[in-house]
Write a protein that binds this ligand. Structure first.
Ligand code: URA
Length: 440
């Protein structure tokens, strides 16, 4: 058996680590045999030398089995989840889970909190009065079975090795490493007891991956390793240059997510939801790609079944289901500051990163994991790239607690926009679809 030092040295020198060595390293970390500095040295070696798909699969597997894998065998059907790598204004999950469940595909969803400029689904859900995101595993399974979907936060039992390793990556400059990101994301997602996973890998200013080549490499690695783990996995690369939809914040985003189910949301966020929903219905084996999947999703929205599932899920999780029919029950801060355009023309850009950072600064997000968020503050974009705007017309509205304290954040939102004389070229929402080799 190789020593820990030999395993690190092999990776440092560009050799391949065996699955047994990788498992031993991860197990050793959680059981105290591997010191933090040894794991940190191995992570840095991986950062420079990479991991092939076999090694990444072994790492994912070891991290997944460092904790509990939820047992959803009592839930009939192919269970499908969606994971987004995160963006600004990405509230899709809140509409997508009940929509897909209403079509007959069970959706067990374990979501995250916002950190940095990207928001988190849990913070948005907790804007619903009474809604509980911490539920015991048996309640999670029961709600998925009875309602069709349930959305909770990660528990301490899910992939605990990821928490340890991520904390080390955070302080050793090894977060931006594709195989480590893949193992981190998939170890948590596979612990949900799913059969299939649809990935939304965001690309652009407001995304984790700013350039398309890196985002594509991440999507390909996620699809490949997820497929090797025995799951059906497909990824969409979607645009995150400007915020998705018009709402950025918590309650304001939950309102917009529920608007999707009432056919009252902006076109881009609705389209993103439907494209991902289409993939989930196909992965769930209940529709052929294209028209059939679209028609099922459209019918579930039009006949109100998706909204009814949303109400049932919210009720089952302790929340007030009346928010689905009356979105004004989701309280938004009452002080409103309007940002007017200084010029007439066309919006050329609305920088998602700048809007996301302004939203964090207003209090809607957090820069440290232990911070609380304000559910009521937020931003509504009145204009998006490509829209015509007259001089003096509103570009955005900022909802704040105290006008006097918000000036710098409002300036940041104003500076996120640029207006020019001619319309910018349209940007596609979905840049590509990534499937496993030998798949469709
Ligand atoms: N999200 C995760 O869950 N893990 C990473 O390493 C990066 C993003």
């Amino acid at each position: 058996m190789r020593s820990l030092v030999e395993i690190i040295a092999a990776k440092r020198d560009g050799a391949t680590n065996s699955p047994q060595d990788i498992t031993r390293f991860v197990k050793g970390l959680t059981e105290g045999e591997v010191a933090d500095y040894q794991m940190a040295a191995w992570l840095m070696a991986v950062y420079f030398r990479g991991l092939d798909d076999n090694e990444t699969t072994a790492l994912t597997h070891a991290m997944l089995h460092s904790g509990r894998v939820l047992d959803l065998s009592s839930v009939p059907g192919i269970k499908v989840d969606k994971h987004s790598t995160g963006g600004v204004g990405d509230k899709v999950s809140i509409a997508l889970a009940p929509l897909v469940a209403a079509c007959g595909v069970p959706v067990p969803m374990v979501s995250g909190r916002g950190l940095g400029h990207t928001g988190g689904t849990l913070d948005k859900l907790e804007a619903i009065p009474g809604f509980r995101t911490e539920l015991p595993a048996r309640d999670f399974a029961r709600i998925v079975r009875d309602v069709g979907c349930c959305m909770i936060g990660q528990t301490a039992e899910i992939a605990p090795a990821d928490k340890r390793i991520y904390a080390l990556r955070d302080v050793t400059a090894t977060v931006e490493c594709i195989p480590l990101i893949v193992a981190s994301i998939l170890s948590k997602k596979l612990a949900e007891g799913i059969d299939a996973l649809v990935l939304d890998v965001k690309v652009g200013r407001g995304a984790f991956m700013k350039d398309e080549a890196r985002a594509r490499a991440l999507a390909q690695a996620l699809v490949s390793v997820g497929t090797r783990a025995g799951k059906k996995v497909v990824g969409l690369l979607t645009d995150m240059e400007s915020p998705l939809g018009a709402a950025v914040g918590n309650a304001i985003e939950t309102r917009e997510a529920l608007d999707i189910l009432a056919e009252a949301a902006p076109a881009d966020v609705t389209e993103c939801t439907l494209r991902l929903g289409e993939e989930m219905l196909v992965a769930g084996g209940i529709a052929a790609p294209g028209r059939e999947a679209r028609d099922k999703l459209g019918a579930a929205i039009a006949n109100g079944t998706a909204a009814r599932v949303a109400e049932k899920m919210i009720e089952a999780q302790g929340g007030d289901p009346r928010v689905v029919g009356d979105r004004s029950r989701l309280a938004i801060a009452t002080e409103e500051i309007v940002i007017e355009s200084k010029h007439g023309g066309f919006v050329a850009r609305c920088d998602a990163l700048a809007v996301g950072l302004a939203s964090v600064a207003l209090g809607a997000g957090r820069s440290r994991a232990d911070q609380a968020v304000d559910h009521g503050v937020g931003i509504r974009l009145e204009k998006k790239p490509g829209d015509a705007v007259a001089r003096g017309e509103p570009l955005a509205r900022v909802f704040v607690r105290h006008r006097s304290k918000a000036a710098a954040d409002v300036d940041r939102v104003r500076e996120a926009f640029s207006v020019q004389d001619t319309p910018p070229p349209p940007r596609p929402l979905v840049l590509d679809r990534i499937v496993a080799a030998n798949s469709t």
